[in-house]
Design a protein around this ligand. Structure first.
Ligand code: ACO
Length: 348
């Protein structure tokens, strides 16, 4: 069976830089606390009106498509991973299709949060391997800044996340020494609510009924007044320590699974590109796997956690900086809300 390979890759980050000190203008936080716990120094926030998850995805896609040596009209399938879509529905895939004037091809949105891009890559890989499509555009993009609360009550969440997008074009290759070797996907919904945003959602009534101001109605519940929204019922929730504990187990597990499926070991990895959840998580995983600093790529310091965009942004930056070369064994790994976690092993 033919393999798929990354034929083009690109990323886009908004130009507005917000340092940790900038955030302390809005909430009670400080550079020392944020850097010590997360490694983050600054992040990018999209323009409030001009930029959306889709427009950032389009910018990243244009670069990936050009580097793949094709035109937007030659793309034959779109997979778009995001947790911060432009609309509750429809998804961003069709908006990107419209914006890039693509043909009437299929567009699939993936809702797997931090592991969304690796899941999307895995789906694309299957379509390429079976010969169904020849040029699949895979995008991960997030505009977190629009839904976060920049007040002290939400500081444990809002200092972590940033905006940005990454994209790849996947194509078939006959070269046996190149391409995606395998992908590995997992989930465990037991702790689905400890890293979640309940509103708007069909279960919101159940989770939010006791929150101040939540509408106590026989039917409905989606529409809240501004006052009710401001009470905080609609904000993302994260039990940070619980996420940390699970992540440091599942990251190494899924990386080892990928290696063992290909009869490889940690020593064979040339570059590990982990989801940029938190620098402390990446460092812990690096230590556990016994990898040297030059074999793990981190850029959370500059961009914060960009969820579904973090892996393709980091992969692209590592490649642009010459840290990934032809023939290198690259491992992608991600863990996030759900929980879901995933890995991909690629011979570059
Ligand atoms: N600035 C200053 N103080 C803060 C901030 C802040 N931004 N946020 C929280 N604090 C305070 C809290 O109020 C608390 O104060 P208290 O002791 O007086 O009550 C204290 O710091 C400790 O709060 P915790 O929430 O317990 O902070 P913790 O030390 O656990 O660190 C963090 C929080 C960084 C989120 C940590 O739990 C973590 O790294 N968890 C992993 C989760 C993660 O990485 N999520 C990323 C997204 S999910 C993903 O991508 C997989």
């Amino acid at each position: 069976m033919q393999r798929s390979r990354i034929a083009g890759i690109g990323y886009y980050v908004p130009k507005n830089v917000y340092s940790n000190n900038d955030l302390s203008r809005f909430m009670d936080t400080n550079d020392e606390w944020i850097q010590e716990r997360t490694g983050i120094k600054e992040r990018r926030f999209a323009d409030r009106l001009e930029e959306t998850t889709t427009t950032m995805g389009v910018e990243a896609a244009k670069i990936a498509i050009e580097r793949a040596g094709i035109t937007a009209q030659e793309v034959d399938f779109i997979i778009f991973a995001t947790l911060s879509p432009d609309y509750y529905f429809p998804g961003c895939g069709v908006l990107l299709q419209r914006e890039m004037k693509m043909k009437e091809i299929g567009a699939l949105d993936i809702r797997n949060q931090c592991s969304g891009f690796v899941y999307a890559l895995s789906v694309a890989d299957q379509f390429i391997k079976t010969g169904m499509y020849k040029n699949i555009l895979v995008v991960g993009s997030e505009k977190h800044s629009f839904a976060m609360d920049f007040e002290t009550r939400s500081r444990n969440v809002s200092v972590i996340f940033g905006d940005g997008a990454g994209a790849v074009v996947l194509q078939p290759t006959q070269n046996e020494n190149q391409g995606i070797l395998s992908t590995h996907l997992h989930s465990d919904g037991a702790d689905a609510e400890i890293l979640a945003m309940y509103y708007p959602g069909a279960s919101a009534n159940k989770w939010l009924k006791d929150k101040p101001g939540y509408p106590d109605k026989e039917l409905g519940g989606l529409f809240m007044t501004t006052e009710q929204l401001e009470s905080g019922a609609a904000l993302p929730y994260m039990d940070g320590p619980a996420v940390f504990k699970k992540a440091v187990v599942k990251f190494p597990e899924v990386i080892k699974e990928a290696l063992s499926a290909n009869n490889l070991t940690e020593k064979d990895i040339d570059m590990l590109v982990p989801h940029q959840a938190n620098l402390r998580i990446s460092q812990y995983v690096q230590q556990l796997l016994g990898l040297s600093d030059d074999k793990v790529f981190n850029n959370i310091q500059k961009y914060g956690n960009t969820t579904a965009a973090s892996v393709p942004i980091a992969l692209c930056e590592a490649w642009e900086e010459g840290k990934i070369k032809e023939g290198d064994l690259v491992c992608l790994a991600a863990f996030g809300s759900g929980f879901t976690w995933a890995s991909a092993l690629i011979r570059w």
